[in-house]
Design a protein around this ligand. Structure first.
Ligand SMILES: [Mg+2]
Ligand SMILES: [Zn+2]
Length: 204
């Protein structure tokens, strides 16, 4: 990996609170730090994009127009993002885009005219990082309450929140050290938060 030229974010549970199969723009809530994270990247001239599985379309629960309205709302609140890549398929469809397959990332990389090796994917579950790995991109996990312990254990990079992940990206290529606690990462967080991240060592 040379210089990082773009960061692709997972949508639900990473940029915005996860509302399953959300088709309602009024229910979009950015996660804490999302605005700052995207702003830091934009100020540094690094491309931004969103890569999102929306199997609610394949399941008949929402339409592509619903997804687009929600995406437009997210663009209003946090964007504009340079590229949006959406997989509307279900797990049984055998498509090439649904994460953990790499298609969304490869497609977004093409749209950004950027090699996958110069892209970082930030997501909240193992499928996001697996898609990054298969595409040849780097991945950072920003766990939520829904992230499984084994996904955290398997991730090479685990950041406590989006701004911390982005600040690491801005320092240059990996490996990044998230084991040290940075005061700014924990500003306003409850005592003991984040409890442990990075290698899993508890750092005080
Ligand atoms: Mg997610
Ligand atoms: Zn797909």
């Amino acid at each position: 990996m040379n210089r990082i030229r773009a960061v692709l974010f997972d949508r639900d549970g990473t940029l915005v609170e996860d509302v399953p199969y959300n088709g309602d723009p009024a229910r979009v809530r950015p996660v804490a730090g999302a605005r700052e994270a995207v702003r830091l990247l934009r100020n540094a001239g690094i491309g931004t994009g969103v890569v999102t599985n929306q199997s609610g379309v394949a399941r008949g629960l929402i339409g592509t127009a619903d997804v687009r309205r929600v995406d437009e709302r997210i663009d209003e609140l946090l964007g504009p993002f340079d590229v949006w890549a959406v997989c509307p398929h279900g797990p049984a469809d055998g498509c090439r885009c649904r994460k953990p397959r790499p298609g969304l990332i490869l497609w977004a990389a093409g749209r950004l005219c950027t090699a996958p090796e110069d892209i970082v994917v930030i997501g909240d579950i193992g499928a996001d990082l697996e898609a990054a790995r298969r595409a040849g991109a780097e991945g950072i996990l920003v766990p939520t309450a829904a992230t499984r312990p084994e996904e955290k254990a398997a991730a090479r990079h685990v950041a406590p929140n989006l701004p911390a992940a982005v600040r690491a990206v801005l320092t240059g290529p990996p490996p990044w050290d998230f084991t040290r606690r940075h005061d700014e990462d924990c500003a306003g967080a409850p005592a003991g938060c984040p409890p442990a991240y990075g290698t899993g060592r508890r750092v005080r």
